[in-house]
Design a binder for this molecule. Structure first.
Ligand SMILES: Cc1ncc(COP(=O)(O)O)c(C=O)c1O
Length: 400
């Protein structure tokens, strides 16, 4: 008998478990006709800020808006440049462009897949300086660099002590892209563990359904310690108004839907338990896969407690392995197969194959294995058996 396939992500089961509560929340929304703003949005903002350990949280329409509003409110202006990584979802760069700034890329750490602080330092040190302000000028665009966006990819916080120190040295605003890192923790040099969303001037979260904390539709949020940044984002998300029909700036329709906020509050209560399940599943994978030749399991440093939005291995023959697993009923993902600097839409930026070697190699070798709360040990055993059988097949056919 063929085993039941292992999905890459199972969103049906967790929603079935929450169905009664979610339907009741929807019923309450209908009965109060509270669809925009109101108690659910405010309640979620309070609870998510508390969860992250930040002072303010502003709910917005999605994670892309969150990155864009965070950049704008933190002070990034049109004509400036922002340094980030190309090993991310394109939304990070879309948001920078939409804020009117130019993107400048640096490479990643091959172990964590997050921004490499040494690459950042080397890049900034190699920039020409503006003669009047002394600011580094982007090596691609010549525009003054005012901000850096580390991405806490796959649910692991980037090396923030190092990045914050470099940002301070070059007077750069730090905006975290924490869209994949709800609850991820990092051990700071001062001895405290802090959560994603509390390091920079502002941080962006996505609640896209597949995220660790996902809405039943689109949603996002920005966290910040700065009341002025929070106030500006509240205006940006609502057509630039601080008072109804009085527009201090030109804004957007970027509000968090009240029904989604109600759903998110229900799910936020489950998030710690789901995170524990993800971390346990990651440990189990590490044990199952650790000894297999050519398989590199994820690196989690001593200073990191990752939340495993994705469990990503590396393999030199990733595509063949993914096909083999699919034939065995094991579904995998690629995050991401084409780095942003080589995307067709950014061809005029002039990056070439070889511009960011660590990123490009990662894009060829990474493979995201099934990972979600409720993933069973037996399913993980099937994944591991599939990988081991590919290895044996390769050895038998002399591919080794
Ligand atoms: C790293 C990263 N940044 C930004 C986003 C954008 O979030 P959203 O899809 O909610 O707009 C995502 C989510 O897909 C993401 O993974």
């Amino acid at each position: 008998m063929t085993p039941t396939p292992v999905p890459f992500l199972d969103l049906v089961t967790i929603h079935r478990e929450l169905e009664d509560e979610l339907v009741e929340a929807f019923r309450q929304s209908l009965r109060s006709a509270a669809f925009i703003g109101g108690a659910q949005v405010e309640g979620f903002e309070r609870e998510f800020a508390e969860y992250c350990g930040s002072t303010h949280c502003v709910g917005v329409a999605n994670g892309t808006d969150a990155v864009r509003f965070a950049l704008m409110a933190a002070g990034v202006k049109p004509g400036e440049a922002v340094v980030t990584v190309a090993h991310t979802f394109i939304a990070t760069c879309e948001a920078i462009s939409q804020a009117g700034a130019a993107t400048e890329f640096v490479d990643i750490d091959p172990r964590t897949y997050c921004m490499d602080p040494q690459a950042l330092e080397a890049y900034l040190a190699g920039c020409r300086r503006d003669s009047a302000t002394g600011r580094p000028l982007g090596q691609r665009t010549g525009q003054p660099i005012t901000a850096v966006v580390p991405v806490h990819l796959y649910g692991q916080v980037a090396d923030m002590d190092a990045i914050l120190a470099i940002a301070a040295k070059y007077d750069l605003i730090v905006v975290e892209d924490a869209c994949q890192a709800h609850g991820a923790e990092y051990h700071c040099a001062d001895g405290t563990w802090k959560r994603a969303g509390t390091f920079g001037k502002a941080a962006a979260f996505s609640f896209y359904p597949g995220k660790n904390l996902g809405a039943c539709g689109e949603a996002g949020a920005v966290t910040t310690e700065d009341p002025e940044v929070a106030r500006t984002i509240r205006m940006l998300r609502e057509h630039g108004q601080a008072q109804k029909y009085y527009h201090d700036l030109e804004g957007y329709n970027g509000r968090l839907d009240a029904v989604q906020a109600a759903f998110l509050r229900i799910k936020l209560r489950r998030l710690p338990g789901w995170t524990t399940q993800r971390r346990e599943a990651a440990c189990r994978y590490n044990d199952l896969l650790g000894g297999l030749p050519d398989v590199t399991t994820p690196y989690e440093g001593e200073r990191s407690r990752a939340v495993y939005h994705l469990y990503v291995i590396r393999h030199p023959e990733r595509d063949a392995l993914a096909d083999h697993l699919k034939a065995q009923g094991v579904f995998t993902g690629l995050h991401y197969p084409q780095p942003v600097h080589l995307q067709k839409c950014y061809v005029e930026w002039g990056y070439k194959e070889g511009s960011l070697p660590v990123t490009e190699r990662a894009a060829r070798e990474i493979l995201s294995l099934p990972m979600f709360p409720g993933l069973k040990a037996e399913q993980q055993a099937l994944v591991a058996a599939g990988i081991a059988s590919w290895q044996q097949r390769a050895e038998l056919s002399g591919v080794q």
